[in-house]
Structure formats: structure tokens, C-alpha cells
Design a protein around this ligand. Structure first.
Ligand code: NAP
Ligand code: ZN
Length: 352
């Protein structure tokens, strides 16, 4: 089927209007008309080829919600008119041990990312949610609980699951002391989710102007990472730190904040770390770990958790033609919320 979206053709090119084909739905496919797509910082990294594996033309977007407009003959979970949600993966082998555990992000054959990787079925390059339509096998489409505000649901599909998964892996609950580094799309969701799990939550930020919002969305404390005295006074106070910083940065500043046996989980930076001092690791049996997105079972779980707890991401809705402006703003790293593109306002291509 013909559709339309926004794509960039090189690391320096802006996103521009782009027409392309989606595959005709297979028996287990769901066809969605996309209503909203969140802008993740990963979309910017990929558009600029920061990680070196971008395939152009690139249609970004892996925080997607929409309305089902057609289904294949074997689809059982959806009917036309339902709402559905797609995150960072659209396929996996479905038979390895990790897929069977519902941890398709660790598929032994490699999961199929929502954009910029070869599709397992036809080898075409996958294209993401900055588009009018998407065709995805039903196992990779989540259901959206009745009554959930669709305009604020999309960021749960990446910012939500990427922070929920480590909070669950490290058993965060009312006993936990959680620090979150970086108050952006991921960081603000980490605060909301950890607070909803009953943890004591501290936002660790370079931006003093974000304190008010941080406290409004559930942070108990606000630690300014550039204040050496405040950082020293906060030694040994966290069981878990979720680090969402998007660039290479100094871990030495944060490790002493962990209590004995505490863990700092990197979910932000992809790529080589800066030089790390082993002393705080040894002296407090502290650990550093990483965590990527989450499996489909857990992605559905975080959507349902948010619906049950009344949690929604903080969003600024923009029109598709404002996407380059939003990228530029996000790169300045000064926004404690998610931009979400109103994809429904994109005009439908002829003969779609
Ligand atoms: P974002 O909205 O831009 O937020 C990042 C925040 O980090 C900023 O708001 C800022 O918060 C802080 N920050 C930025 N530059 C910094 C620096 N040089 N030093 C210290 N802090 C800095 O980005 P996002 O969408 O949350 O994404 C964050 C990162 O997670 C990106 O690298 C993205 O690619 C990655 N990601 C990973 C996964 C995964 O599977 N693990 C999934 C999604 C995204 P303050 O102003 O509060 O300091
Ligand atoms: Zn993302």
C-alpha cells in the first residue's frame, strides 16, 4: 500500500515529506493508521548516524499509536476500529529461548527494529512511525486500554518501557531508593513509574529550572549534578540509579551516590564509556549494568500499569511539519517532556 511520511536521506539532511510503499498485509498482520508518534532522542541519533548503522532514507519513529484499519485473516487480538500501539520492534524469530520468554529484544537471531533494519519477511528497510500507516505482525502490536488518552500514550512505547524494564528487573518497590539521571523523555517517565511503584525518587539533573516539574510529577528530591557539595552530601543513598544521559559522560561523578550493592543502569548512552575509576566499584560492591527497551509482554504490562495508575507522559503535541524544529529543540536537551507528532493531520496520499 502507498503511504506518506517524513524521512531524511543523509546524516546532514532535514526530514522531508516522503512517499513510500508498505507491504500488503499478510495473514497475521495488522494495518494501522497512525494517529500519534513520539520523538525519542534515539530518532535524532539515528537521523544523524551517530551509531554508524543508519540506512537511508530513514523514516524514524518507534513510539506509535493508531487505529486499526485492516487485519489479516489470522489476526485474533484486534478488529478494525480498535486502537493499537507499536514500539521499538516489529518482528523477531519467535522460537528461540528469549522470544519464548517474551524477551524478544534479546532474540538470538536479532530482533527487527521498527526502522532502519532489513525486514525479516521481504528484506526491505523497515520504516517507522513518522508516517501515515504501518503494517506490523500482531504479536508486535500492543492493545491500548479503553479510555486511555491516545495523544499521551505513544511515549510509553519507548520512554516508558525502557525505564519500566530496569525498575522491574531490579525489583523496585516501596523499600527502594531510586535516582534518575537526566530529566528528558526517558528520565521523566522513570520518575513517574518509580514513584508509582512506591519508591523514594530523586531526579539528578544539570538543570535547576526543572526542579518544580520534577517534584510535580513525583520526585521526592532534586539533586543538581553540577553542585559538587550537594553530590558529596548525597553519597551512598541509592539502591538503583537509572542513567538516561544521551552522550558519553563521566560515570565517576555518579558511582559514589550508590549504596553498598547498588547498581547504576545505563539506558541512555550507546557507545564507549568515558574512563571509569574502579575504586567506587570495589569499595561498595557497586555495579554498572545496561538495559535495552523491553519485551512485548513487559511492554503490554507497562501500558496496562500506566492505565491502572493514571500515569501519562508529559507531552507537547506538534504538527508533522514542525518535526525539524522539535529535533533542534531536543538537541539542546532542555525539555522535561516528550514531543509527540499529530500524525493524523498528515494529508492522505492519493490512491492509498
Ligand atoms: P532527552 O529527552 O533528550 O533527555 C536526555 C536528558 O539527559 C536531558 O534532558 C538532560 O537532562 C540530560 N543530558 C543531556 N545531555 C547531557 C550531558 N551532556 N550530560 C549530562 N546530562 C545530559 O533524551 P531521551 O529521549 O530521554 O533519550 C535519552 C537517551 O536514551 C538517548 O541517548 C536515547 O538514544 C537513549 N535510549 C535508549 C533506549 C534503550 O533501549 N536503552 C531506549 C530509548 C532511548 P537534564 O537537563 O536534567 O540534565
Ligand atoms: Zn526510543
Amino acid at each position: 500500500m502507498k503511504t506518506i511520511g517524513y524521512a531524511c536521506t543523509s546524516a546532514d539532511a532535514p526530514l522531508e515529506s516522503y512517499s513510500f510503499e508498505r507491504r500488503a498485509p499478510l495473514a497475521n498482520d495488522v494495518v494501522m493508521e497512525i494517529t500519534y508518534a513520539g520523538i525519542c532522542h534515539s530518532d535524532i541519533h539515528m537521523a544523524h548516524n551517530d551509531w554508524g548503522f543508519t540506512l537511508y532514507p530513514l523514516v524514524p519513529g518507534h513510539e506509535i499509536v493508531g487505529r486499526v484499519i485492516a487485519i489479516g485473516s489470522d489476526v485474533t487480538k484486534f478488529k478494525v476500529g480498535d486502537h493499537g500501539a507499536v514500539g521499538c520492534m516489529v518482528d523477531s524469530c519467535q522460537h528461540c529461548d528469549q522470544c519464548r520468554r517474551g524477551e524478544e529484544q534479546f532474540c538470538r537471531e536479532g530482533n527487527t527494529g521498527t526502522y532502519s533494519v532489513p525486514d525479516r519477511i521481504d528484506g526491505s528497510i523497515t520504516k517507522g512511525g513518522y508516517s501515515k500507516h504501518i503494517v506490523v505482525r500482531e504479536e508486535f502490536v500492543c492493545t491500548v486500554p479503553e479510555g486511555m488518552d491516545l495523544s499521551r500514550t505513544a511515549p510509553i512505547l519507548c520512554a516508558g518501557i525502557t525505564t519500566y524494564s530496569p525498575l522491574r528487573t531490579w525489583n523496585v518497590g516501596p523499600h527502594s531508593r531510586v535516582g534518575v539521571i537526566g530529566m528528558g523523555g526517558l528520565g521523566h517517565m522513570a520518575v513517574k513509574l518509580a514513584a508509582a511503584m512506591g519508591a523514594r525518587v530523586t531526579m539528578i539533573s544539570r538543570s535547576p529550572d526543572k526542579e518544580k516539574v520534577a517534584r510535580e510529577i513525583g520526585a521526592d528530591d532534586f539533586l543538581i549534578s553540577t553542585n559538587a557539595g550537594a553530590m558529596q552530601a548525597a553519597a551512598n543513598v541509592f539502591d538503583l540509579i537509572i542513567d538516561t544521559v544521551p552522550v558519553k559522560h563521566d560515570l565517576d561523578a555518579y558511582m559514589p551516590l550508590l549504596d553498598v550493592d547498588g547498581t547504576l543502569v545505563i539506558v541512555g548512552q550507546v557507545g564507549p564509556w568515558g574512563e571509569v575509576n574502579g575504586l567506587p566499584f570495589l569499595m561498595g560492591r557497586r555495579r554498572v549494568a545496561g538495559s535495552p527497551i523491553g519485551g512485548m509482554r513487559e511492554t503490554q504490562e507497562v501500558i496496562d500499569f500506566c492505565a491502572r495508575k493514571g500515569i501519562l507522559p508529559e507531552c507537547r503535541i506538534i504538527r508533522p511539519e514542525q518535526v525539524n524544529e522539535a529535533f533542534a529543540t531536543l538537541q539542546r536537551a532542555d525539555i522535561p517532556f516528550r514531543f509527540v507528532i499529530d500524525m493524523a493531520s498528515l494529508s492522505v496520499p492519493e490512491a492509498a
